[in-house]
Structure formats: structure tokens, C-alpha cells
Write a protein that binds this ligand. Structure first.
Ligand code: NAP
Length: 285
């Protein structure tokens, strides 16, 4: 029996859909913080309540589960405790295996987001449970809002310089998770996962121009100026500073990776940037 946490999230929904293509639906359990949301999504599998903050619910939710996909939560700053709750529940239930969605090079990444992922990896390492760590790079979808703003403004702004971003489609990372959950020989592995073709923000602007037929350039700004521009556009604190910092770290290579482990795991090239943008923005490529 495979359990999937965060089942009502975008990643979890894709995983459950793909798992259903590979195994009987009664072998899959959707673990959802909000079961009503899961019911509305009609996932087609058993749903159990599963809030990372609720150890009793976690223990009950993991009953009879052999393999667990622990999808990292979205409460930044609270995730180490939340993930620990899940891992301790898994230890109590003697789970056979946990697959965890971490962050690209979580052990050396300068990104602030890496800390909770690394802490979780360490707890997993000490749990005694067989684990596979999926260190996911950036989602291409992270740039959909940027793309929409760029199209409205006629220019894509950022502070990432010539930094290359090895992003991949969320669905490709989800397919890798499914390959690991349904495959063999992944125990103990830590996979650095990234898109086959890296791009700069200037490349992103060029891709947007191609897709939309509108000429979009890239304006590179200093980290401080970009943070100010984001705040002026109405983005609430702390996000302007957080996003500008991430761009500055991208400029230094924080999200660049040369590996092809993701395409190897999914058995095909990763989805190109333009395809993801065109689909998400409903344009004809
Ligand atoms: N690599 C990247 O570029 C990138 C980008 C964004 C996020 N991420 C990470 O990847 C994860 C999955 O991505 P996604 O696109 O699926 O994000 P998402 O759509 O925001 O889904 C997050 C899921 O986590 C669940 N969750 C949050 N807090 C929880 C809690 N306390 N207990 C139980 N479940 C909880 C949410 O439940 P609800 O449905 O009830 O809200 C949701 O199902 C994110 O949570 C985040 O850690 C990575």
C-alpha cells in the first residue's frame, strides 16, 4: 500500500493520477490535511485525514501503509517539526520505506529554503527507515506569474543576471517520484533532479516572446532595486526581499545543475520550458 501526503496539492494530485495508471487504486491512499478538499477533487482512492501538525492523525493515517511519499509541506518555517511528526509516526508504524521531496543540493544550497529540507533529510537518515531523497530543482511553473506580469509590462524584470536555472516541469518531478515509488533499488539513494536544459531569465523572456508573439526583453536589476520593484507592485512582505535574494543566489548558480538523473528516472527528456509555459498560459506554441 502506497500513501501520498499532500495529496490535495498540485504535486500530490499528479502523483496519484500517475500511480493509478500503474497499480490498482485500492493500493493507494491519499493523505490529506483537508479531506473535504480531497473529496471535492474526486481522487478515486481512499482518503485519510493527515495534518502534519497532528501526531495522532498521522499515526492513524499511516496504518497499513508500506511505502510513503512524504511531500514537503508549504508552511515555511514550520516544516522541520511537521516532517519530524510524520517520520516519527512512520517509525512507530514500522513503515518499510519513505520517499521525500527535498530541494536540489539541499546539503550545500545557499537558498534559505534548503535548511528545513536538510533537517528533514537528517531526521530521515536517523529514522532507520529505508529512504529515497528526491532533491527537486525549481519548478518551471514558479515562473508562470512572472510570465504573466512580464506580458502585462512588456518586460521581464529580475536580479538573476546570467544565472542559469535547471528548472523542470512539476509533472516531470512527480513522474520521477512515481518511478521511484513503483520501481526497485532506490533505497538509500539521494537523487539531484533538474531539467535537461538550463535557461537564464533572458532565455525565459525570449521564450515568452516566441510563444506570445509580443517582444519581451529582460531587465536585470540589482537585488535591492528588484526587491523595491516587487514591493511597489503590491507584493506583500517578506516576499519582495525573499524573491530578490533567491534571484541573487540564482545569479551565483544556486539552481544550476548539469545532471540528467531526472530524465533517466522518467525514461524520456524533460519537458521543454516553452511547452510548460505555453500549456500553463494557454497559448498556442
Ligand atoms: N521545487 C520547487 O520549485 C517548489 C515550488 C513550490 C513548492 N515546492 C515544495 O513542493 C511541495 C509540493 O509542491 P506543490 O506544487 O504540490 O505545492 P502545493 O500545491 O502548495 O501543495 C502543498 C501540499 O502540502 C499540503 N500541506 C501543507 N501543510 C500541510 C500540513 N500541515 N499537513 C498536511 N499537509 C499539508 C497542502 O495541503 P492543502 O491542499 O490542504 O493546502 C498541499 O496538499 C510544496 O509543499 C513545497 O514544499 C517546491
Amino acid at each position: 500500500m502506497i500513501g501520498v501526503t499532500g495529496a490535495t496539492g498540485q504535486f500530490g494530485q499528479i502523483v496519484i493520477g500517475l500511480l493509478k495508471e500503474r497499480m490498482p487504486a485500492d493500493q493507494i491512499v491519499a493523505l490529506a490535511r483537508d479531506p473535504a478538499k480531497a473529496a471535492a477533487l474526486d481522487l478515486g482512492v481512499e482518503v485519510r485525514p493527515f495534518d502534519y501538525n497532528d501526531p495522532d492523525q498521522i499515526l492513524a493515517g499511516l496504518e497499513g501503509i508500506d511505502s510513503l511519499l512524504l511531500i514537503s509541506g508549504s508552511d515555511i518555517g514550520l516544516r522541520e517539526v511537521q516532517h519530524r511528526n510524520v517520520i516519527f509516526g512512520a517509525m512507530e508504524q514500522n513503515l518499510g520505506r519513505i520517499v521525500y521531496t527535498s530541494l536540489l543540493r539541499a546539503n550545500t544550497s545557499p537558498l534559505g529554503l534548503a535548511q528545513e529540507h536538510l533537517a528533514t533529510e537528517l531526521i530521515l537518515g536517523e529514522s532507520g527507515i529505508a529512504c529515497t531523497i528526491l532533491r527537486n530543482g525549481w519548478y518551471i511553473e514558479n515562473y508562470v506569474d512572472t510570465a504573466i506580469s512580464a506580458l502585462a509590462a512588456g518586460i521581464l524584470a529580475g536580479a538573476a543576471g546570467d544565472g542559469r536555472i535547471s528548472a523542470a516541469a512539476r509533472a516531470d518531478y512527480a513522474a520521477a517520484a512515481v518511478a521511484v515509488l513503483t520501481g526497485e533499488g532506490h533505497e538509500g539513494a539521494t537523487y539531484e533532479l533538474s531539467g535537461d536544459t538550463a535557461f537564464t531569465l533572458a532565455d525565459l523572456a525570449a521564450e515568452l516572446s516566441k510563444i506570445s508573439g509580443q517582444q519581451i526583453g529582460y531587465r536585470d536589476m540589482t537585488e535591492a532595486d528588484y526587491a523595491e520593484a516587487l514591493a511597489d507592485s503590491g507584493l506583500a512582505a517578506p516576499w519582495p526581499k525573499v524573491l530578490a535574494r533567491i534571484d541573487a543566489q540564482i545569479a551565483e548558480g544556486a539552481l544550476y545543475d548539469e545532471g540528467t538523473t531526472l530524465s533517466t528516472l522518467i525514461g524520456r527528456p524533460t519537458t521543454p520550458l516553452g511547452d510548460v509555459l505555453a500549456e500553463r498560459l494557454s497559448w498556442t506554441a
